[in-house]
Design a protein around this ligand. Structure first.
Ligand SMILES: Nc1ncnc2c1ncn2[C@@H]1O[C@H](COP(=O)(O)OP(=O)(O)O)[C@@H](O)[C@H]1O
Ligand SMILES: N[C@@H](CCC(=O)OP(=O)(O)O)C(=O)O
Length: 383
């Protein structure tokens, strides 16, 4: 028994037939592989797309809806079907699964973030497989991810998972989209995240998927920065294929993690989708934060933007405006506007016993280094 925590994300393209509808046989095959993984000792969490595919035909549509309202309505019908199919399929193997629907804002609030964690832990401790999807029918544009790749990476971070497997219709990451570039070669392994593999990833995706390989790569990079191993591949014939993948015997693409695993607090700061404010710092403060691992003090701050309270997340940029990272501020925007540039002694005269640091080093996460691949914008891709 190894008790590794494995997050498996299954995309729409791996759950549907040629007409775009949910394919129960494909779903049953995935469930068999998930059960094999779990029954050999891993804690398994499934992030499954497929709600829109499972619901659109009952809306009277012949194809997947394109409008947001259409997708939300289809998901409202389909999510119930999807989970029912999973429950039936898992029960034939003596397993129980549970539906967990999340929205982006669940990761913004520390209390809700911890609630989601406790629910998942409670289920896992009792041997139940959480089946997670975005809460599509309620999530409006500003608070939705729109694809489950990033959700899977955030869940992997939340649970400090060992592995994140992306199950898709392509057997790995290629040097370019293999559908348009038959000469493209498979990338078998991507080293530590700051090494750039020679990969072109554009916005193209399967006919039914949402994010394409671009979303997977961005999500994979988030996970590997947090110290999680990532595999991108297609479902194998054998029910042991997921087990083989976590034994590093898969034929898809592996992404090696950064050696340091980030703490749950760092995960939360990084996962936060909407920082409440923005600080610009001078050269000395930028170096102290990024190169010397120091806390941020008020004397290094040159600009304060936004209306944040102490305890909220703020984004920090260097003197040229380049993003340095983000962290939890111990000062409100109102106070910081008044004391920016001041030294610690001057501040303690104004507000005795106030914490010295604007952002303590334990509450700080640096921005990602260089992108691991060439990511083309839609305009570039269409040139
Ligand atoms: N460099 C690449 N390597 C592999 N696939 C790519 C690449 N660039 C784009 N793709 C496309 O990404 C698609 C998979 O993403 P997506 O449609 O979102 O799948 P899913 O539904 O599994 O999430 C593939 O069908 C492929 O066409
Ligand atoms: N939440 C949506 C899926 C969105 C999504 O990420 O799709 P995909 O790119 O196929 O994984 C659904 O259940 O249909």
């Amino acid at each position: 028994m190894n008790h590794k925590t494995v997050i498996v994300k299954i995309g729409t393209s791996s759950l549907t037939d040629d007409s775009g509808k949910l394919d129960p046989e494909a779903l049953q095959a995935h469930v068999k592989a998930l059960t094999r993984l779990k029954q050999t000792g891993s804690r398994v969490v499934l992030v499954s797309s497929g709600a829109v595919a499972a619901g659109f035909h009952e809306l009277g549509l012949t194809h997947r809806p394109r409008s947001l309202a259409g997708k939300q309505a289809a998901a409202a019908i389909g999510q119930g079907h999807l989970v029912q199919r999973y429950r039936e399929a898992f029960s034939t193997h003596g397993e129980i699964c549970a539906q967990v629907l999340l929205t982006r804002s669940d990761f913004d609030h520390r209390v809700r973030f911890l609630n989601a964690l406790h629910t998942l832990q409670f289920l896992l401790e009792r041997g139940i497989i959480p089946v997670i999807n975005e809460n599509d029918s309620v999530a409006v544009d500003e608070i939705r991810w729109g694809d489950n790749d990033i959700l899977a990476a955030l869940v992997a971070g939340l649970l400090q998972a060992d592995w994140l497997l992306f199950v898709t219709d392509t057997d790995g990451l290629y040097t370019a989209n293999p559908l348009d570039h038959p000469e493209a070669k498979k990338v078998h392994r991507i080293g530590p995240v700051d090494m750039s593999p020679p990969v072109k990833v554009d916005y193209s995706k399967s006919s039914l998927g949402s994010g394409g390989m671009r979303a997977k790569l961005i999500a994979a990079r988030k996970a590997s920065r947090a110290g999680i191993r990532v595999y991108i591949g297609t479902a194998g014939e054998s029910p042991d294929w997921m087990l083989d993948a976590v034994k590093e015997r898969g034929s898809g693409t592996y992404m090696d993690p950064e050696s340091r695993r980030s703490s749950r607090k760092e995960q939360w700061i990084a996962a936060h989708s909407r920082p409440r404010g923005y600080l610009k710092v001078d050269e000395g403060a930028a170096r102290a934060l990024v190169e010397r691992g120091k806390s941020l003090l008020p004397c290094g701050i040159v600009e304060v933007d936004g209306n944040f309270k102490a305890g909220e997340i703020v984004e920090v940029a260097g003197p040229e405006g380049s993003p340095l990272g983000r962290g939890v501020t111990r000062f409100s925007a109102q106070l910081l506007r008044r004391v920016k540039g001041w030294n610690t002694r001057e501040i303690s005269r104004l507000v005795p016993n106030h914490p010295e640091e604007v952002i303590h080093r334990n509450d700080w996460v640096s921005s990602p280094a260089e992108a691991p691949a060439t990511i083309q914008s839609p305009q570039e891709a269409s040139r």
